[in-house]
Design a protein around this ligand. Sequence first.
Ligand SMILES: *[C@@H]1O[C@H](CO)[C@@H](O)[C@H](O)[C@H]1NC(C)=O
Ligand SMILES: CC(=O)N[C@H]1CO[C@H](CO)[C@@H](O)[C@@H]1O
Length: 398
Amino acid sequence: MSVMSRTLAIAIFLASIALLVDAGPELNPFQYCSTVLKKLRRNERQTLHRAVVAVQGLYAQLELRKLDRATSTATTEQLQAWLNSNQTVVSRPWAISKLAQRLQAVCRDAGIPCELVVNADNPHEASEWTTLAKSTKGFVVPLFSANIHEARGYNRAARAAQGRFLIIWQDDQLPPSSGSWLRDLQKLFSGHPRLAVVGMNTFRMCKHAEATNRFGAVAWEPDPVTGVRWSYVQEPKLVVDQTPTQLLMPIGAPPQFNHAIPNVDFAPLVVRASAYELLGGLEESYTRKGDCGIWGDWELCTRAWVAGWTVGYLPIEGREGDGQDGGTHVGSNAEKCWGRQQYVSAGSFDKRYGSPAFQDELCGKVWKFNMAAFSLSDPSKCPYGGPETKFGNCTRSS
Ligand SMILES: *[C@@H]1O[C@H](CO)[C@@H](O)[C@H](O)[C@H]1NC(C)=O
Ligand SMILES: CC(=O)N[C@H]1CO[C@H](CO)[C@@H](O)[C@@H]1O
């Protein structure tokens, strides 16, 4: 493995979650989120409903105020203040310094220089982050914003990060203590120069031929080029959209990428900085400021394949949660992200990439890469042509 000079920049991405739903008073805000709703208890559903209606009402009054037709006697300032007080900012200050320590330790174990770039999206936490920047002697690099959330937050953190690779990490997950996964990543990226994105959470071999996201060990034998067990996939899925804070960790900065821009979404999702820059980063037009970045990972990966890059999946073992619920799972945030925002992003994605002919072609391309790169020791483990992926086979054409 070639050891390059590296500045491993970790950009932590902190996105605070606001409790807002903009479905509009006349629409049923719960139309698209039956799965989420089924998991809520009756009293939680009522609380959620009240919160959504309260926020919608405030928005409506603010809009009517612009037309001079508000029915509320409250002033605009009062309405705005109420709205702000209804924005539940979920943060995890308890986790911040533990997380920074663990990430610093894992980089040390891997022998790779890192920085942790944090888009601190919650103004209330600013002083904690500055304290941490000081106590970690610059390992933590905070950027300050106010609820711009995922797509813009990642892009922003990436522009500030130095490094050849960026890793988006979640603020509620602690890395395994061994740095071997970082070294594996480094081998993959140096052994496969067209590899742009590596997901480490879940994945799809062929999106439209799969009922759900896959995860777990890869069936292929280790890749002969790097000795690492991984796979080409159509799209890895980050769980970026589930927690308020995301980390972005770029690995290795040669001088030409002094302001590495890369990152990808969802955690952990690793992106080659140069590819991120060439691709233009995450799509910001699917979401407004403050909305989660759901589907942004798939969109970026599709764009990467179309532009001639490749996308892979490398399982990571030994991640731990911090034992706290993520912000996006809480109350209205769940509906806001998985309901409204997912509806908008999935629809936009479909318009751009949804044609079955295009999807088939892309699946075939990913399949060809896998056939050319990997072999199976146990043919019964073929990840293609089964109930999980109803596409392809493991037959190499001779
Ligand atoms: C295997 O799958 C590929 C990709 O779908 C297809 O082109 C090929 O015809 C299949 N081969 C066999 C023997 O079914
Ligand atoms: C659901 C919720 O938190 N509603 C609150 C929104 O803000 C107003 C004004 O502060 C409160 O009265 C509501 O309880």
